[in-house]
Design a protein around this ligand. Structure first.
Ligand code: GLC
Ligand code: CA
Length: 541
């Protein structure tokens, strides 16, 4: 068990992300909920994770599945009650598992009391909680676009003004320039800290300090000032884990965000690797060669070593499933899922596992009527309006859509994968008859047990947490291999990230060592089998 009172405990932790709507339904309404999560704590404990990041469960009209919050201090009835949340915090805590809440501080729902007030008149005290520009209908303040399609400005006739929104029109951006807004948010965060949560994930946090007139969203001029204040007024000194989502982070910025003095966050999610296989427009594919991915990982490993902290992830609720993306979700699904797991979990940083990743869950190439995400649906229509055939548009959407990650968790081979006794809010992937937790738990060679072992190894050997990073064979187009040195030990990871055998000579110092972990039985010498992954450990001075 992790000692949550130990300074920087999160450096040794593995965090599991739950997308509550799709994790476990407890009352048959087809929607996952807090009592559902509670009922699966034994499973999560078996996996060995130390904390759960729960995507937003606050009151919300669910335009963006909870990332449109109408009351930060209330649990949405769809997910349960405040008492359910308290029970979850307590019961998870009893199993050594901390709860992390997902804070959406960049914007609210248009149904938040503040926005409803703001729309009542320019002199309403809440009006300045949001970002307004005077205008005429049809004459937008500028040509900025919203992330989910359409303009970033929406007109409110009774005010004769446009409000600014980086995401859906139902997600108006908060005005961080207004100190009253900041104080409201800080007070809310302190209230959740008092409930005993162990940390927070901060949604699109590098977009709070925007300057829409200059078309600046990420990394605005007052960003660091706001983040330092946020830290001081809330979790500063409280030894919680905090992870900011920062699409605009480069290495120098990430060093500031994860500075060892704890003045901002514990770490950030950066997306350099996750953007390598598409153009700036994520629906436009781009070929990615393995050396490029390895070089990027190596830069971040070395760039933050000793002066910051990495988060490690392949998947989240906004990304396609890694086994479908960079593995093989056909014949080699199990082997490739394990290979990707080993490649990531040998690195320095805090690993995040997204629900179902530990089962090797795959993408969900559903027809349009089975998609649920506002982003996928809007993008599909934009592509078709832009001249693509429906088939072409759908193929592009399938590749990157967030719906891939959001299908219900596959617990059993039975009806609705054991997710609900009712009608699931989103279609269950038909492959649950093969890919499910029940089967994975029973099979010692499953992807689940590889994740479980990786989590246990991180706890057993400090080199996983402390070691530095050296990339081996950087130009090799199939093999991702690296060394980690520190705490008197040396760790070697050698992973074939391809479906063909790959030549790999074990470095001299490791010859004769037994592998710490081998995903395909006793290794062959001089070659890695397709998708084979090996970890070796030796004492070193
Ligand atoms: C973040 C969330 C995403 C959400 C967006 C707007 O990127 O991860 O799911 O749609 O912010 O809140
Ligand atoms: Ca439910």
């Amino acid at each position: 068990m992790i000692d949550f009172s130990k300074k920087d405990w999160w450096k040794e932790a593995v965090i599991y992300q739950i997308y509550p709507k799709s994790f476990q339904d407890s009352n048959g309404d087809g929607i996952g909920d807090l009592p559902g999560i509670l009922s699966r704590l034994d499973y999560l404990q078996k996996l060995g994770v130390n904390a759960l990041w729960i995507s937003p469960v606050f009151a919300s009209p669910q335009v963006d599945n909870g990332y449109d919050v109408s009351d930060y201090r209330a649990i949405d009835p769809m997910f349960g009650t405040m008492e359910d949340m308290r029970t979850l915090i307590r019961e998870a805590g009893a199993r050594g598992i901390g709860i992390l809440l997902d804070l959406v501080l960049n914007h609210t729902s248009d149904q938040h009391r503040w926005f409803l007030e703001a729309c009542k008149g320019r002199d309403n005290p809440c009006h300045d909680y949001y970002i307004w520009r005077d205008g005429q209908p049809g004459v937008l303040p500028n040509e900025m676009r919203a992330a989910f399609g359409g303009p970033a400005w929406t007109y409110v006739p009774q005010l004769g003004q446009y409000y600014f929104h980086q995401f859906a029109p139902q997600q108006p951006d908060l005005n961080w320039e207004n100190p009253a807004v900041r104080q409201e948010l800080y007070a809310m965060i302190r209230a959740w800290m008092a409930e005993g949560v162990k940390g927070f994930r901060l949604d699109v946090i590098d977009q709070i300090a925007k300057d829409p007139d200059r078309q600046i969203t990420a990394n605005g001029p007052r960003l660091m000032e706001f983040l330092h204040e946020l830290n001081r007024e809330t979790w500063g000194g409280a030894n919680l884990v905090t992870v900011g989502e920062a699409w605009g982070a480069d290495i120098p910025r990430a060093r500031q965000y994860s500075a060892p003095d704890g003045s901002v966050f514990s770490m950030v999610f950066q997306f350099e690797q996750m953007c390598l296989d598409h153009e700036a427009d994520k629906w436009v594919p781009k070929a990615m060669a393995l050396p490029e991915l390895k070089a990027s990982i190596a830069r971040w490993q070395q760039g933050l070593h000793g002066c910051g902290w990495n988060s490690l992830f392949w998947d989240n609720h906004d990304l396609p499933r890694i086994v479908s993306r960079w593995g093989d979700d056909g014949e080699a699904r199990v082997d490739s899922a394990k290979a990707l797991a080993v490649a990531l979990h040998g690195l320095q940083g805090t690993p995040y596992i997204y629900q179902g990743e530990e089962l090797g869950m795959t993408n969900a190439p559903y027809p349009v009527e089975d998609l649920r995400d506002v982003e996928s649906i809007n993008a599909y229509h934009e592509l078709v309006d832009g001249g693509k055939s429906p088939e072409e548009a759908l193929a592009l959407i399938h590749r990157m859509m967030r719906d891939n990650a959001r299908t219900p968790m596959q617990w059993t081979a039975g009806e609705n994968a054991g997710f609900t006794t009712g009608t699931p809010w989103m279609r269950v992937n038909p492959n649950h008859t093969v890919i499910n937790a029940e089967a994975a738990l029973a099979d010692p060679d499953s992807v689940f047990h590889t994740y479980r072992k990786l989590i246990a190894l991180r706890k057993a050997y400090p080199v996983f947490v402390e070691g530095d990073f050296t990339l081996l064979c950087p130009e090799d187009p199939q093999v991702f291999a690296y060394l980690r040195r520190g705490t008197g030990q040396e760790l070697l990871a050698a992973v074939n990230l391809s479906g063909k055998p790959a030549a790999f000579a074990l470095p001299e110092a490791f010859r004769g060592c037994q592998p710490l972990l081998a995903t395909q039985g006793t290794p062959d010498s001089g070659v890695l089998r397709p998708w084979e992954a090996l970890l070796y450990l030796r004492d070193a001075i």
